[in-house]
Design a binder for this molecule. Structure first.
Ligand code: AMP
Ligand code: MG
Length: 328
């Protein structure tokens, strides 16, 4: 079946929804976002309400190009300009000082703002048609797995979103890398689609990676990006044994079979053969977690990839998915 993706009529319609204060789910190259007019505090408030996200957690403002930064930020330090030139449009978010166009509702009350120019052609077309900035967190309920297809968005949010723009499956599959450029030395607040190695090559200097950010970042909660099933992380050579043990104990076990064991067989409810290529793994990651949930798994056994390149972002998401869940 041919995939239906956004056309000009859809984009105009989505821009109209944003102008009217509504919510649009939009494709980006990282994950699908839940977007609102960044300058409309009531629309921004609806994002928090729909996601169940605490209002103190800042959002990313998406704009159509680096030349539009004026008004959204106070000033653009040299490192920020360099990174923007190299990686925009793309999966890089820069934290800068907040400009007058950004309401405090979008920054969780902070005097800094996270800004990104997304690389997806449909997102760029929407930003051009709309003309303003769009605040958009991932289009999922707070703490859960980010959607990487329009179908995932509909399954997750249903009627809570006014319009879903379908741009096909996301190419990158994990969120943007967030770099704080407000301090003396740029630092990575969240690993993501642009690798640390590529950032450092452009800056010509190592990047600080603080263990915990002074700012509250949802991706830094112990549990985030989490499927319904509990996620257990073990060494790659323990995955099969751990999964089979859990199955014997009565679990519906899903397995992320590491690429180092291509021929391995495992007795489990559902098996994902993890791609050896990190871009392919990143692209598939959230879909794998969703599919194992849909297949009724209550436990997922996985291991961490080597934390280089995109492996850093994948390992970060898997650790959060395995993090202690809030008690309800
Ligand atoms: P998401 O919830 O996936 O949309 O991610 C948005 C990310 O951007 C979150 O981790 C936010 O906390 C982060 N973020 C947005 N604004 C800021 C800011 N001013 N300082 C630090 N992180 C920010
Ligand atoms: Mg998110």
């Amino acid at each position: 079946m041919a995939r239906v993706t956004a056309n000009t009529i859809d984009i105009e319609k989505a821009a109209g929804v944003l102008r009217a204060g509504g919510l649009v789910a939009l494709p980006t190259e990282t994950v699908y976002g839940l977007g609102a007019n960044a300058e409309d505090p009531a629309a921004v408030a609806r994002i928090f309400q729909v996601k169940g996200r605490p209002p103190s957690h800042p959002l990313i403002v998406h704009i159509g190009g680096a030349e539009q930064l004026d008004g959204w930020v106070q000033d653009v330090p040299r490192a920020a300009r360099l990174l923007a030139e190299h990686f925009w449009p793309g999966p890089l978010t820069l934290v800068l000082r907040r400009g007058p166009r950004v309401p405090l509702e979008a920054t969780g009350g902070l005097e800094t703002v996270a800004v990104r120019v997304p690389g997806h052609p449909v997102a760029l077309a929407l930003l051009a048609a709309f003309g303003g900035g769009v605040t958009a967190p991932s289009a999922n309920r707070f703490g859960q797995v980010s959607p990487t297809t329009a179908e995932d968005v509909r399954a997750e949010l249903g009627d809570a979103v006014d319009f879903v723009l379908d741009g096909g499956p996301c190419e990158v599959g994990v969120e943007s890398t967030i770099v704080d450029v407000t301090g003396e030395v740029p630092s990575i607040l969240r690993p993501g689609g642009v690798t640390r190695e590529d950032l450092e090559a452009v800056l010509g200097a190592p990047l600080a990676v603080p263990a915990t950010s002074p700012v509250r970042v949802p991706g830094q909660h112990p549990s985030h990006y989490a499927p319904r099933a509990r996620v257990v992380l073990v060494e790659p050579d323990q995955v099969v044994a751990e999964a089979e043990l859990a199955r014997e104990r009565g679990h519906h076990v899903g397995v992320f079979l590491p690429p180092a064991f291509p021929g391995a067989t495992v007795e489990a409810h559902a098996v994902v053969r993890v791609p050896a290529s990190m871009p392919a793994y990143a692209r598939g990651l959230y879909g794998f977690l969703r599919r194992l949930d849909e297949q009724g798994c209550d436990l997922i056994v996985a291991s961490l990839p080597v934390e280089e390149g995109l492996g850093l972002a994948i390992a970060n998401r898997l650790r959060r998915a395995a993090g202690p869940r809030p008690t309800v």
